[in-house]
Write a new protein. Structure first.
Length: 176
């Protein structure tokens, strides 16, 4: 899809395990790109949030409807000629493939990569989030790193949010 100026509207999933900064990076990336930001966690059904809050990892069966909804939201934005940035863990290749199919068009991923120690520190320092630190290891065990997949930009989180977003924008920019 293109906007009125003729430039392509982007659809971007900011992905990674809990604590990597998906929400902060996604919101700032969307602002800098002039796109709408959607907090993927807000699209989880209440039962999923309750499971995670109790320290119970989600199963694939828990995740499929949530991922489908995110893909539909991306497709709807693209169908309306709008770009969109969504935060979503997208931990497995099969999850990303489902998002690509449901989105029905070009979909980019910004993979936020960081060390276990840094992720643990960030999770331990935040307040008001339903995801307990205890689930980090299960997310890391589930993660299938997206290296080599089409449309994926990998960015280290061992820097400021502004620098992470700058790296993401450079990675998303069309090649000359």
């Amino acid at each position: 899809m293109t906007d009125k100026s003729g430039s392509a509207q982007q659809a971007v999933i900011v992905m990674g395990v809990s604590g990597c900064g998906k929400s902060s990076v996604g919101a700032l990336l969307a602002k800098r790109l002039g796109l709408r930001f959607v907090e993927g966690d807000a699209l989880h059904p209440p039962a999923n949030v309750e499971r995670m809050a109790k320290g119970t990892p989600l199963t694939d069966d828990d995740r499929w409807p949530w991922l489908t909804r995110i893909g539909h939201d991306v497709a709807a934005a693209q169908g309306a000629g709008e770009g969109i940035v969504v935060s979503c863990s997208a931990l497995k290749r099969s999850y990303r493939d489902l998002l690509r199919r449901e989105a029905g068009g070009a979909l980019h991923f910004v993979y936020l990569e960081g060390s276990h120690a840094l992720l643990l520190s960030r999770m331990g320092g935040r307040t008001g989030h339903f995801m307990p630190v205890a689930l980090l290891d299960s997310q890391l065990a589930t993660l299938e790193v997206p290296t080599g997949e089409p449309g994926v930009v990998t960015v280290s989180i061992d820097q400021s949010v502004e620098d992470i977003v700058g790296d993401a924008m450079r990675g998303l920019a069309p090649s000359s």
